[in-house]
Design a protein around this ligand. Structure first.
Ligand code: ADP
Ligand code: MG
Length: 476
């Protein structure tokens, strides 16, 4: 085998790079590994099934064009999907042949999944379709639609996965779809948007949105009234089940156990599960392992804090919906001062409106400055990772840049782990971003650091005292 495939793919990349936004290039093209080129078939390795679908959906045109230019008109593309996170222990990578040269109908091509996956989607033969249809209130809020959900880098992956799921509930690799992220970043909104869109596209599907707390209460009541089976049957008949804030089930073993059975039943009969959580599945505490491992069967996508541009667009949209016209300078002022999450952004806008109507003041920059400053002072300031590193180093009398140095010296390793631990607990930064800022480490190292520090806090009293002291300094 020669290295021709590398050359060909590099040439394609050069063209693609000029034609797609840098962030998309980084997300969707950099992770691709060219494997082979034979008989004008270029084989690309992609990290997941979703990845393949997304490429096909969004970028098939440019891929086709560049490939034809490089290899000729009968160029073909073959994907090799690494079935990571898969529950099938002996799953092997599988290939999907996608002709790159047959005009228009390459979009949304159904993909043959490995046979053991097919088995999972065989429908329960005992349920005769169409005979027993549930008519239930889906508990969806029509405001939480995709149309009202502003897209940004902070939510692109989660949103695209959500769209894919609503177009083909139960039929994509993202089952369950787990949406996670801090409070106020749009998990509930997005989860409901999927429900709303599914109902628009498939009127006969039964969609249900329920908070984990409500699920828990219903379960307790069912037990009390001796009708646990009704409860189970009800949930097992749902086509698209959305459970919000799944972290609330932590420590509730009986509910988790019942949810486990519901989950298995729905998943096996090709029904869709959408879960939200304030933490990544891997960080959820108090959950049964067998449940956590199932969460990893599908796709976990996180929602992050919106950047400035996205905050501006969200504000524009909210103002427009409320029928008010705001000067750009007012919007920009809010967007640059209210930075923590979308809920606070909305809150700021509502306060501004209330003040202006109640006190009959003009809604201008001056009013915005007074109100936003008051709001921002009242919300807790978010610590920066730099500041955390500084406080930790001061505490141990270490020079601050020492955390960036590659060394296995115990005291430095420990200081770095403590800085990572506080960055995880006190900021909204992701594991990966904490790692890159503290010693250029990867997310696994940060995770390990957090676990180590947690263990030591539980087992070593002297260590715990140190942590408490640093905690106090950080919160001063
Ligand atoms: P979470 O469930 O993550 O705590 P929510 O879904 O309740 O957050 O979102 C908080 C508020 O912010 C909601 O009113 C929601 O409509 C709004 N919101 C969040 N993200 C977006 C977005 N991308 N575009 C528009 N509104 C958003
Ligand atoms: Mg929520």
């Amino acid at each position: 085998m020669n290295n021709n495939h590398l050359q060909v793919w590099n040439n394609c990349l050069a063209v693609i790079k000029d034609n797609v936004p840098p962030i998309s290039y980084k997300t969707w093209f950099e992770p691709i590994v060219p494997l082979n080129l034979e008989n004008q078939i270029l084989t690309l390795q992609v990290p997941s099934h979703f990845f393949y679908e997304y490429l096909e959906e969004q970028y098939i045109d440019i891929l086709r064009k560049t490939l034809r230019k490089e290899i000729g008109n009968s160029a073909k593309l073959e994907y090799n999907v690494v079935m990571e996170n898969n529950h099938i222990a002996n799953a092997k990578p599988f290939s999907v042949v996608v002709p790159g040269n047959n005009g228009t109908n390459t979009k949304n091509r159904p993909v043959s999944m490995p046979s053991d996956k097919e088995e999972l989607t065989i429908r329960n033969p005992f349920v005769i379709p169409g005979i027993k249809k549930l008519h239930i209130d889906s508990q969806l809020n029509p405001d939480y639609s995709f149309a009202n959900f502003i897209e940004g880098d902070c939510n692109r992956l989660a949103r695209s996965a959500g769209v894919a799921v609503s177009e083909n509930p139960g039929g994509t690799a993202f089952n369950p779809l787990v949406l996670y992220g801090d409070s106020g970043l749009g998990k509930t909104h997005l989860a409901q948007a999927i429900g709303i869109k599914t109902k628009e596209l498939y009127q006969d599907k039964t969609v249900l949105y329920v908070s984990a707390n409500k699920f828990q209460t219903q379960f307790t009541e069912a037990i009390r009234n001796n009708n646990k089976n009704d409860f189970l049957h009800f949930y097992q008949m749902i086509d698209v089940l959305i459970i919000d804030d799944i972290q609330e089930l932590a420590g509730k073993e009986k509910t988790q156990n019942t949810f486990f059975h519901i989950f298995n039943h729905l998943h096996q009969s090709g029904k869709q599960l959408i879960l939200t959580s304030d933490k990544a599945p891997i960080d959820l505490k108090g959950m049964e392992n067998r449940l956590l491992s199932r969460f990893k069967w599908g796709l976990s996508a996180d929602l992050q804090n919106p950047d400035y541009e996205t905050r501006v667009r969200i504000l524009h949209q909210k103002a427009y919906k409320d029928g008010i016209v705001l000067e750009n300078e007012v919007i920009e002022y809010i967007a640059s001062h209210v930075v923590n999450n979308v809920r606070e952004l909305e809150g700021a806008l509502i306060s501004l409106l209330a003040q202006s109507t109640l006190n009959k003041k003009e809604l201008n920059l001056e009013l915005a400055i007074t109100i936003i400053d008051r709001l921002v002072k009242n919300t807790k300031r978010e610590l920066s990772i730099d500041y955390i590193q500084k406080v930790v180093c001061d505490h141990f009398s270490l020079p601050i840049d020492v955390l960036q140095v590659k060394t296995r010296k115990r005291e430095i390793v420990q200081a770095r782990q403590i800085a990572m631990y506080f960055s995880k607990t006190l900021t909204k930064a992701s594991l990966a971003s904490i790692g890159s800022q503290i010693g250029k480490k990867d997310h696994a190292t940060v995770l390990h650091a957090c676990k180590t520090v947690n263990n030591l806090i539980d087992t070593d009293r002297g260590f715990k005292t140190q942590i408490d002291e640093i905690d106090k300094k950080l919160k001063m």
